[in-house]
Design a protein. Structure first.
Lengths: 269, 301, 376
């Protein structure tokens, strides 16, 4: 095979197609009147109506959104503290420990994270009487830990790229360390913070395995409900749910891209 | 004096101690708990295992370590096969992901702005939509009476429907599909750092495009290849959702085995032992990844 | 331009109290010294230049003064107060960064106002002060722009205004003109001097550009490998360098090894072995008999001639190479006794058909006062 100018672009196009083909299928079939994938029964919004009338899905979605918002916020705070420590506070004695522990949850198989957290919660409950039983609290704690690793990685990268002289300039002009952080560091890394929070939010909203381990009776998250439905076979109202999610994420992506283009174009050449 | 100094450093470090302690409690200690329970005996109770440490008559500490769970894992060929299968499936899927991801990363890294940002965004966006739903989408495509077979049969490529769903192939596709961004991003990072004049120099010295790719681009982006591969390989070993939804009943992956031991058999000690054994499998690649991160950090400072 | 005539040369007055002092300052990074035992006194209203190549320690010295690095040994004093352990945000000094370090998320106005806000000044006063400063640097029309909407020269002026805003006792400038192109740089040099004189502030400028240092400075401190090797007025640094390093770093120089042959009541006789000739000296030089010294003559202080009669020092050679540089030409001449010397000559005439040509046999001559003798 000859490596031509077109080899990689063609292969990459196949890759992008691979990435988006299933998503396209989901969207198209969410409007299919028929329950069968191979049959196009005409355009219909019936699955959306069904979705919005399913109390089990609605309850689970509300619960998941709440858990995601709280755990992403905790993850953001913890992750920023961890990233600041790893990039800036080189004197911190437990730094190597923190570095190892902060990166590991990224690749740790979810079944292990889920099982180990459940066993911890059971043990804690046994010794301290807290957290009594399992449910929303334990899911939030688990998701915050898991999301924190992702926040740390994103914020760490941004902090490393950041021009340190900006902070020195602020300090030189009389700003105390906390003021420097609030008026210079934080605004500079703000886009990364937004991205990190959104990622932690999405990961929490999306997690099936860890939540299955640490949740208790009556606290079924959206992925848990979806999984139990999907296991039984194709259900078109899940297509509708997926389409709604894709729509929201897609919109977010378009807005983000548009914002970035605008900031690039504003710069004088 | 020393106490005061201790307090002072503690006051300065309070911000750093919060995440450290959090991870200690919610990440490190849980592994010790898993280890402990993997050494205890299963029982029908809540929690369903017997204590290891017990005070006998209030003064004598009795420690009961039960290696039976591990002996059981070694004894029953099912577990050994599951570990081997998991590694094999994860490895195959990682190679497929690399083959799909490398050209994508290459094209993104060589694109101009704003095209580059757009393509990068296109890689990341699916990652933000539900992983579960994206795996689920493949069921409709790969089913025996699904879209792919329908398409291929109507085109006359095949006369009999292919059985893909509930085979290992479906699992490869699922892993490659969901972990693709983890592969593309590190590859993109190392490709975008590549100095383009090196390729011009290689070409100037008579290398054909293939030769200059193999002798310049590939070696220089090897750190990205390794990082991306590890980011796919390690979590894929313990994957549960993909083999559960796309794989067959005979697709043995260790994540699925653990899930079944825990949820179906309610055997917590065996599930714990399975987890500890899984850690042994991934600890090597995990340390490799950690070392690469450390080197990366050093190179940047 | 090199020194302000109205300024009293306080460093010549042994009674004068220095405004800023480095006392035995050493700074090591992981055991590798970047600044070594620097003792330096700077006086009020000075425009002091720290000059040196990259890695000479000049920026580290500036950062120690700003408070970003703490010295491994020694202390730093401002106005009689030891500020060695004072954090950067409490020091009466402000810095203009080489990269300008303008806050990208703030407007020009907010950048300049940043330091004043930290002082807790009332809003109305901040507005007045900032508009004064923007007027000073001629940027009043750009107050609401963001840094990324400004040109390089405009950013440089915002950085200057921001550093001046708190009326610091000492202003530190790290390569202030490094990022500007040549024409803009020359204009800005003069502007800097004007601002410094009108505000009566003490400026410390770090630069690697000797011409810039000569133009700006009241005094120059030359740094090499962490040592402060010479501190003097620009004229003194150029005409009376204290070492071969300084002589070679600032301008060009011809160096010849020589030996002290006689020392009669402080009057030295020198013999340059490389030139195989005795050197005639005007000024006083100290040294012991048989000591090896360096005899240094700048290219523009040597003459190129066909007729060496009535010259104090004269040597014969052949023109090896001529470089025409516009305002002057440089001749490399291979002397018959061995060494190659460079001689420069202003091009006072547009057509010089009678100029010495390549390969021509010529004489090099110089006055007794043209050279300096260096012991290191």
């Amino acid at each position: 095979m000859k490596l031509s100018r077109y080899t990689f672009p063609v292969m990459a196009s196949v890759g992008f197609g691979f990435l988006y083909f299933p998503i396209l299928i989901l969207v198209i079939y969410s409007f299919n009147e028929s329950k069968l994938v191979t049959v196009w029964g005409g355009f219909s919004a019936r699955w959306y109506l069904e979705l919005f009338q399913d109390p089990q899905i609605l309850d689970a979605a509300t619960l998941s959104l709440q858990i995601a918002a709280v755990s992403a916020t905790i993850a953001l705070i913890l992750g920023v503290a961890a990233a600041m420590t790893l990039v800036r506070f080189r004197w911190f004695r437990a730094r190597t420990w923190l570095a190892g522990m902060a990166a590991a949850p990224l690749v740790m198989p979810e079944v292990i994270t889920g099982l180990s957290l459940l066993l911890l919660f059971v043990a804690l409950d046994h010794w301290l009487g807290w957290p009594s039983g399992r449910g929303v609290t334990t899911i939030i704690l688990a998701h915050a830990t898991f999301g924190m690793a992702f926040v740390t990685v994103i914020v760490q990268a941004r902090l490393r790229d950041m021009d340190r002289t900006l902070e020195e300039a602020a300090m030189d002009l009389g700003a105390r360390p906390m003021t420097v952080f609030l008026t210079v560091t934080l605004p500079t890394i703000a886009p990364a913070l937004v991205a990190a929070w959104l990622l932690a939010f999405t990961l929490s909203l999306d997690d099936l395995v860890i939540a299955s381990f640490v949740s208790g009776p009556g606290s079924s998250t959206l992925p848990m409900v979806v999984f139990s439905k999907v296991r039984l076979g194709i259900s078109p109202d899940i297509n509708a749910l997926a389409t709604l999610m894709i729509l929201i994420v897609g919109l977010g992506g378009v807005v983000g891209f548009w914002q970035m283009r605008r900031s690039i174009n504003r710069r004088p050449v | 004096m020393r106490v005061v100094r201790r307090l002072n450093t503690l006051r300065r470090d309070w911000l750093s101690w919060i995440p450290t302690v959090w991870l200690g409690v919610f990440f490190l200690i849980p592994f010790l708990v898993v280890l402990k329970i993997s050494l205890s005996e299963a029982t029908i109770a809540m929690p369903p295992y017997l204590p290891i440490f017990e005070w006998i008559e209030g003064s004598l500490l009795e420690i009961r370590l039960d290696f039976g769970n591990y002996l059981f894992l070694i004894d029953d060929p099912l577990y050994g096969a599951a570990y081997v299968e998991s590694v094999r499936i994860a490895l195959t899927a990682t190679i497929i992901t690399l083959l799909i991801g490398y050209p994508m990363a290459y094209v993104i890294a060589t694109a101009r702005e704003p095209r580059r940002t757009l393509l990068l965004l296109l890689v990341i966006l699916p990652f933000w939509t539900s992983f579960l739903l994206r795996v689920y989408a493949w069921i409709a495509i790969l089913k025996t009476n699904g879209l792919l077979n329908g398409l291929l049969m109507s085109l006359g490529v095949i006369s009999e429907p292919l059985v893909i769903l509930q085979t290992d192939v479906a699992v490869y596709i699922g892993i490659a599909y969901t972990y693709l961004p983890f592969m593309v991003l590190p590859l993109y990072a190392s490709l975008s750092k590549l100095d383009r004049t090196l390729l011009e120099a290689a070409e100037d010295l008579g290398a054909t495009p293939w030769i200059s790719f193999l002798t310049v681009t590939l070696p220089l982006t090897l750190p990205g290849v390794v990082a991306g591969s590890l980011l796919v390989f390690v979590p894929a070993i313990g994957e549960f959702v993909i083999p559960a939804l796309l794989g067959g009943n005979d697709t043995l992956m260790i994540g699925k085995v653990l899930w079944n031991e825990f949820f179906a058999n309610r055997d917590w000690p065996i599930a714990s032992a399975v987890a500890i054994m899984m850690l042994f499998v991934i600890v090597g690649p995990l340390m490799w990844l950690n070392r690469m991160n450390a080197q990366h950090e050093e190179a940047n400072s | 331009m090199s020194s302000n005539p109205s300024m009293v040369k306080k460093w010549l007055d042994p009674e004068a109290k220095p405004f800023l002092e480095f006392r035995g300052v050493t700074k090591s990074f992981d055991g590798i010294p970047a600044v070594r035992d620097v003792n330096l006194a700077i006086y009020q209203n000075e425009l002091f230049c720290l000059l040196g190549g990259s890695g000479s320690g000049k920026t580290t010295l500036l950062r120690i003064l700003a408070g970003f690095e703490s010295p491994t040994e020694g202390s730093v004093w401002i106005d009689g107060v030891d500020i060695t352990n004072v954090p950067a945000y409490e020091r009466p000094v402000n810095m203009m960064f080489q990269s300008y370090a303008l806050f990208p998320h703030m407007s020009v106005f907010d950048n300049v106002a940043y330091g004043l806000k930290r002082d807790g000044l009332p809003k109305s006063e901040i507005a007045v002060r900032v508009s004064e400063l923007l007027e000073l640097v001629r940027l009043s029309a750009f107050a609401n722009r963001k840094p990324d909407q400004l040109s390089g020269g405009q950013r440089q002026r915002v950085a200057l205004a921001r550093a001046l805003a708190k009326r610091p006792k000492v202003l530190l400038l790290d390569e202030p003109l490094g990022a500007l192109d040549k024409n803009l740089r020359e204009d800005t040099q003069l502007e800097l001097i004007k601002i410094q004189e009108s505000l009566g502030m003490t400026f410390i400028v770090v630069t690697h550009d000797q011409e810039e240092a000569m133009t700006l400075a009241t005094r120059i401190g030359v740094m090499d490998e962490g040592y402060l090797v010479q501190t003097d007025e620009p004229h003194t640094i150029y005409e009376y360098p204290n070492s071969a390093y300084v002589a070679d770093f600032i301008g060009d120089i011809n160096l010849f090894e020589c030996v002290v042959t006689d020392n009669e009541a402080g009057e030295l006789s020198l013999y340059a072995s490389q030139l195989d000739t005795a050197i005639e000296l005007d000024g006083p030089v100290t040294g012991a008999v048989n000591q090896t010294l360096w005899y240094a003559v700048r290219p523009e202080k040597m003459r190129l001639t066909r007729d060496p009669s009535d010259a104090v020092n004269a040597l014969k050679g052949v023109v090896h190479e001529i470089a025409y540089l516009g305002d002057f030409s440089v001749y490399w001449v291979d002397l018959d006794c061995g060494p190659r010397v460079r001689v420069s000559r202003p091009n006072i005439s547009r057509l010089d058909d009678f100029a010495e040509a390549w390969g021509e046999e010529v004489w090099i001559t110089w006055d007794g006062s043209a050279g300096v003798v260096l012991s290191q």
